[in-house]
Design a protein around this ligand. Structure first.
Ligand SMILES: Nc1ncnc2c1ncn2[C@@H]1O[C@H](COP(=O)(O)OP(=O)(O)OP(=O)(O)O)[C@@H](O)[C@H]1O
Ligand SMILES: [Mg+2]
Length: 373
């Protein structure tokens, strides 16, 4: 058990690392982060930073020597790097978990083997052959390093598949059938070192331009759907032998069937609502899990809606924050990123409200007020 006063190392210095670092430091832990930028969102709130790429084994080893446990802000740290760190200090989640997840094809094979329901998929070396399996419309996704819909193309029934596929520039890819979902949900849970589990209220997610737009919790889903979603999340976490927070993204079909979209072995954007809405935030929970502490209470204290703040809102400079700050139920989170590029996640707002329909409407009004004319 790594008690407060100990040091947690984080590979990757994005917003997830930042919010985890804030939670960890509140509990008395020290934080050291590895990132290419000394002023990344996590480094701004850390005790120490090692500057280096996430593929830089020597830099990662330097971090490993300074900490009691290593965890991750992103699943895109090469598993081979993690293997080498495991010889120096515990890595949680383990290299083996990352190896299963970070390649979409390996992840899909793992889910098939577990008997988890998924959209029809096929390896995509030859795009025509792959579309022969999954049909059209289809989505082709690069196997590695995608996020926020990056590295994905949609192939419509009438499209020139070869020309579309060429946009991925020969990156290894998988093809998936387009899912006519009624709703997207995610299960966020934590698994501790002794296999103990804490499951958060189910989240309902709406994406815009392939980027998460809003999360509502609890998701308005049947008791049976909730039970099934939780079972899927649990099965995946157990089979991976995961330690830490994990998110399983799912599609719900109009008839209630659930399909797994993807697994994120870390804290997740759709779990940001837990900060404020739940007794234990996903970030504290992750620290507890990877340090071997007992897990905290995941219970919701209120309903909530989270809305992401995307770089487009900064087109004319900083948005008029009054629209957020004047609402007593709104909590503003900004990540300290210097370059507000379009499509980049810059922050989010959590609205604490048991009436989540009302909160969703408020979120839209707020985004309208923050959007440049
Ligand atoms: N097969 C599919 N059918 C329908 N919609 C899809 C499909 N795959 C992806 N999408 C849509 O695109 C979104 C992003 O896809 P996915 O989760 O695969 O991408 P990602 O780049 O890993 O994103 P992130 O890391 O932000 O979750 C999904 O949440 C969903 O809205
Ligand atoms: Mg996703």
């Amino acid at each position: 058990m790594i008690l407060p006063g100990g040091t947690v190392g984080v590979l990757g210095g994005g917003q997830l690392g930042r919010m985890m670092a804030l939670a960890a430091r509140r509990m008395g832990y020290r934080i050291v982060v590895l990132d290419p930028s000394a002023s990344c969102p996590t480094a701004q709130v850390s005790d120490d930073v090692v500057v280096g790429a996430l593929t830089d084994v020597e830099a990662a080893k330097q971090l490993a020597k300074k900490v009691d446990v290593i965890t991750l802000d992103t699943e895109h740290v090469p598993a081979d790097v993690l293997d080498q760190l495991e010889a120096i200090t515990p890595v949680r989640p383990a290299a083996s978990v990352l190896r299963t997840i970070q390649d979409r094809q390996t992840q899909k094979q793992f889910l098939d083997k577990l008997g988890m329901p998924q959209a029809k998929w096929a390896p995509c070396e030859d795009v025509d052959k792959a579309l022969g399996v999954v049909g059209r419309p289809a989505i082709v996704k690069v196997r590695r390093a995608g996020y926020d819909g990056k590295g994905q193309i949609r192939i419509e029934p009438g499209a020139d598949a070869k020309a579309e596929f060429a946009k991925l520039k020969g990156e290894p890819a998988v093809a998936e059938a387009l899912v006519p979902f009624a709703r997207e949900i995610s299960v966020i849970l934590a698994r501790g070192m002794r296999g103990e589990i804490a499951i958060y209220p189910l989240a309902e997610n709406v994406h815009r331009r392939h980027i998460l737009h809003t999360t509502r919790a609890p998701a308005p889903i049947s008791a049976q759907g909730k039970k099934r979603a939780e079972e899927i999340g649990l099965t995946v976490a157990e089979a991976l032998g995961h330690v830490g927070v994990i998110a399983v993204e799912m599609f719900e079909l109009p008839d209630g069937t659930l399909l797994v979209n993807e697994i994120a072995p870390r804290t997740h954007n759709s779990g940001h609502y837990t900060y404020g809405a739940c007794a234990t935030t996903q970030f504290e929970q992750h620290v507890r899990a990877v340090c071997g502490l007992p897990l905290g209470d995941p219970r919701a204290l209120t309903g909530a809606v989270m809305v992401n703040l995307i770089g487009d809102l900064w087109r004319d400079g900083a948005p008029p924050w009054r629209a957020v700050l004047e609402r007593p139920e709104a909590r503003l989170h900004l990540y300290g990123k210097d370059a507000p590029a379009p499509g980049r996640k810059m922050g989010h707002v959590v609205l604490l409200d048991d009436d989540t329909d009302r909160a969703l409407a408020t979120a839209e009004q707020m985004i309208t007020a923050l959007t440049p004319p």
